[in-house]
Design a protein around this ligand. Structure first.
Ligand code: CDP
Length: 216
C-alpha cells in the first residue's frame, strides 16, 4: 500500500493549504475529503432537495465518482454548501459510501507514489494505520477571520459575526456527532497555526513528517 499522510482539523485551520503543499513536496496525490461531503450536500441543494433528507443524501453520495463534474463546481466553496456538507456528514450511510471512495483513492492514488488526505476523520477512521498524522488547529476567532478573508476574496459579502456564529455551529455539530466526530487521533501531531502563517505551518509540518515519512 502506498504511504498516506492524514491531515485533520476544523474549518479554516489551514489544513487545506498545508495539505496541498505537503502533497507537492512529496509528489503525492491530494484528496480534499471535505469536497466530497460538500459535493453531496450541494448536489442535493442544487436539485431543489433538502440535505437533511437521508435518502436524497445517500443517492447523491452513491452517485459520486472521481470524474463527477460537481467536484470542481465553484459553488462547493460557499457557506450553503458547507452547512449542507456538515448535515449530510452526520449520516452513517453517507459516510460509508464516501469511505469506499476514499479507500480506493488511498489504495491506487493518481501517480502511484502516495497520498495526502485532509478532512476530519482521516487519522481516526479512514486511514487509522497511516504512518503520519497531523491535526491542524487554530482558535475559532482566527479561523473565522481567515474564512471571512477567503469569502470576501471570492466576492461574497459576509460579516465576521455571521461567519463566527456559523463556524461555531459547524464545529459543534462536527465534534458532537456520534459517527466519526472531529478529534485528534491519539498518535497525531497537533499543530496549532493561530500564530503561524502558511510558511510557518509548512515548516513545522515538514519537521514532523521527516521523522515519519523521511525526506522528500
Ligand atoms: O474547508 P472547511 O474546513 O470549512 O470544510 P471542509 O473540510 O470542506 O468540510 C466541510 C464539512 O464536511 C465539515 O464541516 C464536516 O462536517 C464534513 N467533513 C467530514 O465530516 N469528514 C471529512 N473527512 C471531511 C469533511
Amino acid at each position: 500500500m502506498p504511504p498516506t499522510i492524514a491531515i485533520d482539523g476544523p474549518a479554516a485551520s489551514g489544513k487545506g493549504t498545508l495539505s496541498k503543499r505537503v502533497a507537492a513536496h512529496y509528489g503525492f496525490a491530494h484528496l480534499d475529503t471535505g469536497s466530497l461531503y460538500r459535493a453531496v450536500g450541494f448536489s442535493v441543494l442544487s436539485a431543489g432537495g433538502d440535505p437533511a433528507n437521508p435518502e436524497l443524501a445517500l443517492a447523491a453520495a452513491l452517485a459520486l465518482t472521481p470524474e463527477s463534474a460537481i467536484l470542481t463546481h465553484p459553488g462547493l466553496r460557499g457557506d450553503d454548501a458547507a452547512q449542507a456538507a456538515s448535515q449530510v456528514a452526520a449520516m452513517p450511510p453517507v459516510r460509508a459510501a464516501l469511505l469506499d471512495f476514499q479507500h480506493s483513492f488511498v489504495a491506487t492514488p493518481p501517480g502511484g507514489k502516495g497520498s495526502v488526505l485532509d478532512g476530519r476523520d482521516i487519522g481516526t477512521v479512514v486511514c487509522p494505520d497511516a504512518p503520519a498524522k497531523l491535526f491542524v488547529t487554530a482558535s475559532v476567532e482566527v479561523r473565522a477571520e481567515r474564512r471571512v478573508k477567503e469569502l470576501r476574496a471570492a466576492g461574497q459579502d459576509v460579516s465576521v459575526d455571521t461567519v463566527l456564529m456559523d463556524m461555531k455551529a459547524r464545529d459543534e455539530r462536527d465534534s458532537r456527532r456520534a459517527v466519526a466526530p472531529l478529534k485528534p487521533a491519539v498518535d497525531a501531531f497537533v499543530l496549532d497555526t493561530s500564530a503561524l502563517d502558511a510558511d510557518g505551518a509548512f515548516e513545522a509540518a515538514c519537521a514532523f513528517l521527516r521523522t515519519r515519512i523521511g525526506p522528500a
